[in-house]
Design a binder for this molecule. Structure first.
Ligand code: 1PR
Length: 590
């Protein structure tokens, strides 16, 4: 019989993925509760309530207050009824957050703690003159042990969270545990709360809580692959106790080197999508951004490497940590309701339970059908509601950075980067950078920050010993007098949460990533950097991850599309040959 799951919906972020996950794990239908009245009507029938949240703490908490949902949710929890909180849903159980200094609206206040921002100057990183990336984006272990390190009390439910698995976290703020919070946590424990933890760099934070029949996770189970679906399934089926084997937690493979931050390095599969000459939406790939191939008959067609949803689903099952879709012909205007990637996302999100990024055409748009101006934040909202977790901004980011410098580094608050970041959180805004190497004879020849080339075989055609990376827009068609570093610094200041760093010189070359460019950017920004362009074999992933600057994720396209390697071939190589920590979801059965 179909069972009903109730979900609190205050219109924040990507609810669709959660709904897809609930439907994936069993015969469930979802009903949304958006205000106190709806809560009251449903209350007597609610057996399972999910309380999800993404984005800004203050925005989320204000929504709860405006909709008079705070008291009904508290009464429900206090009555010992079954609830699962996710991400900001967990954070809301605390009192407040550094994310908002305005204390007009507070959290539910069960635990009298203020959430803090992760520290980029983490001591583990400082020792190596590096900075920790914030937001924290990636896959981490959760230590399902009691506060004192002993077995969990039998009445505490963590619904299948397993020490061996990795779960997907994406947040800048957390309930960070330090000397100051010890007393508060002791008191909460005496009141029946139980906590389990994860560590980001040297900062320990609360990764999940359990109290009566309330259970909440800082990570996103709906985005944590099969391991995360198992958590949702056991919550919905009330399989209360984790099959936690504490001994597994004790056994540490000493060969495996954990990264400084404790997250696994992410492997991202990227699909460049466009209409082919027959008008079908296909995944394509070329080199140096040329996706056409010449035939013997004189034809010059767009390379067709497969169907976007099919390929993306294959990569999910192969263990991709994320999937990125880039609409590479987005500079052609489409009517808003016909944006081709919306349907791709809708279908992909039904079966893919890791983060999805969509790029191409995220900017203020004029709908050619109605002539109406649609702000970028509304365009992004359409993608989030179709299943995207992040949007990637390319060409518009260049225009925004140019204006930022032209106006003496002034923030207008109106750009796509700023508005999407303010509404959906910095973690939802990726900037996609498409740079080309430009040689200069001397640093004085440009206002951009240059790199000194040390390897004589890589000097410029006229013996130039310096270079910088000049950004392009519209898929490499337009070259700008702006450096990749300057673009990234401007967008970080404006609220971007991650950099997808391509390199036109390396794209499709199979010769490895552009380490010189990656190092220049990664050592100067504090947000995560995804290496892109040039991956041809698993060794290239090892090389980029073992660089001294701490690259957070690496993306591959051609090598996966041509089926030279599966995503998990790369991961098994990293684990077995390079002794690196990776997430292997294929060993977890739903
Ligand atoms: O400018 O905001 O509309 O976004 C357009 C997006 O489309 C940008 O992210 C831009 O990078 C991308 N794009 C535009 N034209 C092309 C093209 O190839 N002609 N693709 C293009 C960029 C770069 C990577 C690629 C890696 C890895 N693709 O995503 O997948 O280089 O390739 P490899 O592993 O095979 O070497 P906007």
């Amino acid at each position: 019989m179909t069972k009903t799951v109730y979900v609190i919906d205050v219109k924040s972020g990507n609810l669709q993925s959660l709904i897809n996950a609930i439907k994936k794990v069993g015969d469930f239908e979802v009903k949304l509760i958006g205000n106190a009245e709806e809560f009251k009507q449903a209350e007597s029938q609610i057996e399972k309530l999910i309380f999800p949240g993404v984005g800004n703490f203050a925005h989320f908490v204000k929504q709860l207050h405006d909709r008079d949902l705070v008291e009904p949710i508290k009464a429900y929890i206090d009555a010992g009824k079954s609830l699962m909180g996710v991400c900001v849903g967990l954070q809301t159980l605390f009192d407040s957050s550094e994310e908002s200094e305005d204390l007009t609206y507070r959290g539910l206040g069960y635990i009298d703690m203020k959430l803090k921002k992760f520290n980029t100057e983490d001591k583990k990183f400082a020792e190596k003159s590096l900075r920790k990336s914030v937001p924290a984006i990636g896959w981490n272990n959760v230590d399902v042990i009691n506060v004192d390190g002993k077995e969990l009390p039998q009445d505490k439910a963590y619904y299948g969270i397993n020490n061996k698995n990795k779960y997907y976290f994406v947040h800048s703020y957390a309930a960070i545990v330090d000397e100051e919070t010890e007393e508060v946590l002791d008191k909460a424990t005496q009141n029946g709360w139980n906590f389990c933890y994860a560590t980001y760099g040297s900062e320990k934070f609360i990764a999940a809580v359990s109290y009566k029949n309330c259970f909440a996770t800082q990570f996103h189970p709906e985005k944590s692959g099969i391991a995360g679906l198992k958590v949702i399934k056991s919550f919905l089926e009330d399989t209360k106790y984790s099959e936690v084997n504490h001994k597994d937690f004790q056994v540490v493979d000493t060969k495996i080197q954990k990264s400084l931050d404790g997250l696994t390095r992410r492997i991202i599969a990227c699909l460049d999508v466009r209409a082919n000459d027959q008008g079908d939406l296909v995944v394509t790939k070329g080199d140096q951004y040329n996706v056409r191939q010449s035939g013997d008959d004189g034809s010059n067609n767009v390379r067709n490497l497969g169907k976007p949803v099919e390929l993306a689903t294959r990569y999910f099952y192969q263990g991709a940590d994320e999937v990125t879709f880039l609409n590479i012909t987005s500079f052609r205007d489409s009517p808003l309701e016909d944006l081709p990637m919306l349907e791709v996302l809708r279908l992909a999100a039904k079966n893919i339970f890791v983060p999805l990024t969509v790029g191409g055409g995220i900017k203020d748009m004029t709908d050619p059908k109605t002539g109406k101006l649609v702000p970028a934040v509304e365009v992004a909202d359409l993608y989030f509601r179709s299943g995207a977790d992040k949007v990637s901004i390319g060409s518009d980011a260049v225009t925004i950075a140019e204006n930022y410098y032209a106006n003496g580094k002034t923030k207008t608050g109106t750009t796509s980067v700023e508005t999407i970041s303010a509404t959906f959180g910095a973690q939802a805004v990726v900037i996609s950078v498409d740079p080309k190497r430009k040689y200069v004879a001397s640093p004085q020849d440009t206002t951009m920050e240059t790199i000194k080339i040390t390897d004589a075989s890589k000097f410029g055609p006229n013996g130039e010993q310096y270079c910088y990376y000049q950004v392009t827009s519209q898929g490499g068609r337009k070259v700008h007098e702006l450096g990749a570093l300057e673009l990234c610094l401007a967008c970080e200041a404006l609220g971007a949460g991650e950099v997808l760093l391509n390199s036109i010189d390396h794209d499709g070359s199979n010769k490895g990533y552009n380490l010189e460019l990656l190092r220049q950017i990664k050592t100067r920004v504090s947000i995560p950097v995804i290496a892109s362009s040039g991956a041809g074999k698993p060794e290239h992933f090892e090389e980029v991850f073992k660089m001294d600057c701490g690259i957070d994720a690496a993306l591959g396209a051609g090598l996966f599309h041509r089926e030279e390697y599966k995503v998990n071939d790369v991961k098994r190589f990293l684990l077995n040959d390079a002794n690196m920590d990776v997430r292997l979801d294929d060993e977890v059965e739903l």
